[in-house]
Design a protein around this ligand. Sequence first.
Ligand SMILES: *Cc1c(COP(=O)(O)O)cnc(C)c1O
Length: 221
Amino acid sequence: MSIKQNLKELKSKLPKEVALVAVSKTKPNSDLEEAYEEGQRVFGENKVQELVQKYEDLPKDIQWHFIGHLQKNKVKYIAPFVDLIHSADSISLLKEIDKRAKQNYKSIKVLLQIYIAKEESKFGFEKEELFNFIESKELQFENVTIVGVMGMATNTDDKEVVAREFGELKSIFEELKSGSFSNNPEFKEISMGMSGDYEIAIKQGSTMIRVGSTIFGHRNY
Ligand SMILES: *Cc1c(COP(=O)(O)O)cnc(C)c1O
């Protein structure tokens, strides 16, 4: 099937309140243009250099989301134009985003990436660590707007494990929403779900899914 057909079919299955981030990493501009022609405006990338290049080449009404592990020394390259950073996973990274946002006279939206998987390789805050940072007021920034949380489930065929992990992320979100973020109406997003598990994620309360291969086909690295 074509990218347009894949996208149309996927969108027809999504509840209208769930936002779709089309994950276009490794894919050529022509693939993104095809999705763009089908109406897609939100794209996700996980490499800074690739994101900057695509931003320069493609239409300016695209909203670019950064979804990969972000190195502090590269924040400055995306700060001028990035719409949402899904992967804020340390205080030092948040401080750097705050600084670069300030230099660009703007506020940058981020999601707190939370570690929910049973795998060593995934990035993110541990739940306890996060609540400690909140307690000690280290999560307060002038030019960073925290709009929600993001997480990745364990890469497994066991749907119960995946559902439990997404359920955990949803409950952490609710705890934050009713606690320290209760005066913050912008705190409303739960970014969870990829090609293999977005249906489970939506059942668990996802508001934003990040889907690549279901739209664009398999990636060759
Ligand atoms: C690559 C990637 C995705 C999309 O993965 P697919 O399985 O192709 O849908 C989603 N989120 C993150 C953080 C990614 O790196």
